[in-house]
Design a protein around this ligand. Structure first.
Ligand SMILES: [Mg+2]
Length: 374
């Protein structure tokens, strides 16, 4: 199976609401969310689809950098190569776009890796779930996202999650410790039985994180995610020594080697596995396997990917045996995406489409509708 072409589709997908994290807005409700779809075509006419979801607030990768890297570097490097030889293709891609401290441009590379898996699945007439798991997987549990600076809204969302079958809530904090703790107390009161995952998105200093963690012990927070800056592994280790609340790393771990560093430095109890952040299925799979071998807990997450990235992530999380509800939060922000057979959320779970490869059917009219110039 020889790669014949690679096409790039920069899109702005319509949003229900803006997405605010402690670092700023990662999706503007008025402008739409930046997503880049990639199609890889084999010489025998099979098409594989992948997705990148960049934001300059998550990392240095932007819609513009993803598109130009795909078109100017990755496309010319992989055309004419065997599409089912993932090891060689990754060597070629990583040679074209070298690593910095961590993997170079993982969000962009994730779209290509995803498209290659889709292509391989369609070519071998196997679903992604069958390739990874050896069997089909039909659904995944989602956590309910609470990202608001309004206490009453937080209370309403926690109540909704509790009454609608969700088993976990994921609360974004990292703005002001006293206010954040008020939000968490409110959420815990409204959703006393749900797994409470709290994500500061690097928003705290070490003294603030220690103060917050002491309060979280009383509130009953189940996991405290990425309180400190991404490069502060020693700070996270120090925090772990001062609190009984388990600490998760997300922005600190972008690759399997980042996970190894976190393990060596005893910097976390949980690793957050995200397909788009970790260079695709290949990188996220290895990062998850290493984390499991080190007895870390695993949390699944995403970068608000559309149904294409969400479905790929879900199959990988099912393979990794992630049983805690995942923070695949695209459905909480997007009003629509270019996938025809997207899954519905029922009682806190999303039903996954079936079919060869990732299993998603792309609607070309919607690609046209949401297309943007870069
Ligand atoms: Mg996070």
């Amino acid at each position: 199976m020889i790669i014949k072409d690679l096409e790039v589709f920069p899109l702005l997908l319509p949003m229900k609401q803006s997405f605010q994290i402690s670092g700023g807005t990662v999706g503007d409700g008025n402008q739409g969310a930046p997503h880049v779809y990639v199609k890889i075509i084999s010489e025998d006419g099979i098409e594989g689809w992948g997705e990148a979801r960049p934001s300059h607030r998550w990392s240095y990768e932007t819609m513009e950098s993803v598109v130009s890297t795909l078109q100017k570097y990755i496309k010319p490097a992989i055309i004419g190569k065997r599409g089912d030889d993932l090891t060689t293709l990754h060597e070629i891609i990583d040679k074209e776009i070298s690593s910095g401290i961590s993997k170079g441009q993982p969000i962009c590379k994730a779209a290509v890796d995803m498209a290659l898996y889709d292509l391989m699945g369609k070519s071998s007439k196997k679903s992604l779930a069958e390739i990874l798991l050896g069997r089909s997987s039909e659904k995944i549990d989602l956590s309910y996202l609470i990202s608001t600076s309004n206490i009453n809204e937080a209370a309403g969302k926690a109540k909704y999650a509790s009454e609608n079958g969700f088993k976990a809530v994921d609360v974004k904090i990292g703005f002001n410790v006293d206010f954040d703790m008020e939000v968490l107390e409110t959420v815990r009161a409204e959703a006393p039985n749900l797994f409470l995952r709290v994500d500061a998105n690097q928003g705290y200093t070490l003294p603030e994180a220690i103060k917050a963690a002491k309060k979280m012990e009383i509130i009953g927070v189940d996991v405290f995610e990425q309180p400190l800056k991404a490069n502060d592994l020693l700070g996270h280790r120090e925090l772990r020594r001062k609190t009984s609340v388990p600490i998760a790393l997300d922005e600190s771990i972008w690759s399997p080697s980042d996970v190894l560093q976190a393990i060596r430095l005893e910097a976390c109890d949980y690793a957050v596995i995200k397909l788009t952040k970790m260079g695709g299925i290949t990188g996220a799979k290895l990062a998850g396997e290493i984390s499991k071998e080190a007895n870390l807990g695993l949390l699944g997450g995403g970068l608000t990917e559309s149904s294409l990235g969400l479905t790929s992530s879900a199959h990988l999380f099912n393979y990794l045996g992630i049983t805690l509800p995942s923070d695949l939060n695209g459905p909480f922000f997007l009003t629509d995406d270019p996938i025809q057979n997207k899954g519905d959320i029922e009682m806190g779970s999303i039903l996954l489409p079936s079919g060869y490869g990732i299993g998603c059917v792309v609607d070309f009219n919607k690609l046209e509708t949401y297309k943007t110039q870069v």
